[in-house]
Design a protein around this ligand. Structure first.
Ligand SMILES: [Zn+2]
Length: 79
């Protein structure tokens, strides 16, 4: 499919899992369609996808299913 950034036909959709927010606002969204382009090496979501992510984040308590999720914070070592 056409890349929205460089216009070449080298974009493909990858499903990714991302987390948004933190603490009580944390929500993990699976299967987000992310476009990635092998020409310009950009990866991005469409405006529709961004809107849907916003909607899910705002309604996370209604839409989300409580799952046991291990959440770790990455701590940079002082060294
Ligand atoms: Zn591109």
């Amino acid at each position: 499919m056409n890349c929205q950034i460089c216009g070449k036909k080298s974009a493909s959709i990858k499903k990714v899992t991302k987390s948004f927010g933190r603490g009580p606002r944390l929500v993990v969204i699976e299967d987000i369609p992310v476009l990635s382009c092998s020409s310009c090496h950009e990866s991005y979501v469409t405006a529709d996808t961004a809107r849907e992510i916003d909607r899910i984040r705002k309604n996370r308590t209604a839409i989300g299913k409580a799952k046991r999720v291990l959440v770790a914070s990455f701590k940079e070592s002082a060294a």
